[in-house]
Design a protein around this ligand. Sequence first.
Ligand code: ADP
Ligand code: ZN
Ligand code: MG
Length: 483
Amino acid sequence: MENYKPTIGLEIHAELKTKTKMFCSCPNNPFNILPNTNVCPICLAHPGTLPTINEEAVKKVIMVGMALGGKISEITKFDRKNYFYPDLPKGYQISQYDKPLVVGGILNNIKIRRIHLEEDTGTLIHDDKSNESLVDFNRAGVPLMELVTEPDIRSAEEAKKFCEDLQLILRYLDVSEADMEKGEMRLEANVSINMGTKVEIKNINSFKSLYSAINYEIERQIYCLKKGEKIIQETRGWDDVLEKTFSQRSKEESHDYRYFPEPDLPQFETSFFDLEYIKNSLPELPQQKLERFDREYNLSNKQAEVLIKNKLIADFFEEAISELKLYIKDNQNKIDKNPINLVYNYLTSDLMGMLNEVKKDFVKSENDLILAGKIKAANFAKLIDLILEEKIGSRQAKDILKIMFETGNDPKEIMKQEGLETISDDNVLEEIIKIVFLENQEAINDYKKGKESVLQYLVGKTMAKLKGRGNPSLILQKIKDMI
Ligand code: ADP
Ligand code: ZN
Ligand code: MG
């Protein structure tokens, strides 16, 4: 492999979350149920119509540029990219050619070349019944940002990580849902060996496909080169089923698009915005949150990563911790039980497990509360406190959590209603232990001969009689005293 160093550059598109389309006032809602309803003469390119620039979209790309350390161009302009395809009503796409909105930037040590703004195309749907292609223009004209990296990427892993981290940043900035399955984020990879002739790969539908497609293409090119063949500059498609790339067409050059300045739009001066203000009001970004979680909660890097992968989960976690702090105050006994880890574990295994089972995510309710099923962070914290107080054991906690998930009720109420509270009453425990002793004379004899493990056995028998609701440390203590 020494002499065959892969070089990879990415082109990433993301649909921006705005109220309206890029150059008209149609709603930006490409998933409208009825096709061709979010359309108007402007996005359908009727003669005599004029586009106007969507400020919200420009602002969102500026935010992305700032988050990635790029330079916001003082003057930016739009250009026409001409080509013919049935999903393109105008016969050209308004894009940006030589004066992109953002120049430069960096993520994971990979340099970003530019980020520009353009408009999305419509969608083609094949109708099997009539064997016709149908076109829906609801998406035509939706604001789309395109980010282009330098060919700085060395492996499929690096490429995948770059895309995942970018997706998270777009979500934290709330500029795009960036859902790959919905086509809100789309990836193209350029691959060459030793910066030689590059091949562009399209039809990449997931991060996993990106990873497989790049690795396949690296191997294919090395194989060709070893045989002494030349790499052909072309666009190849990724076939998810065959796990292969296949030749689609020879690559077009930019002059094929006959780019020229959009005559219907003026140049845009970004000083129109208060750039300083935008910069100062950027939200906390994933990397910053990761470092803060490491510091504040003393979590391992890996644990912190699980939480920050989804901003709602990270927020839910923090809300639960801050509620829990009220219950803990200076109670050393509770602090010793490592409440943060307890929250982390119940959150990432039990709560996320329950959500997975019903294929749901954390959501934000209308009154801005984050919910897991019907559970809000405050009640989740209450449940953790019941465990810290030894009012319930882990078995009961899991039962209560299930009920909370369905009903959203208060864990303390559920504990009382379902009779799940731990039994710590001396008289009750002693009565039960007496019965267990009577029923297990032989075990007691073994213990007296020195068999220590009998103690745990007797705890188990007592617990069983209490249907798992006894306080285990108290039971052990009493058995030792009474035996
Ligand atoms: P083109 O003009 O063919 O579109 P660009 O120079 O605009 O090529 O680059 C498009 C993408 O291809 C960028 O992401 C860039 O990093 C990447 N790229 C350029 N040259 C190479 C190369 N030799 N190997 C891999 N990727 C490359
Ligand atoms: Zn329109
Ligand atoms: Mg290009």
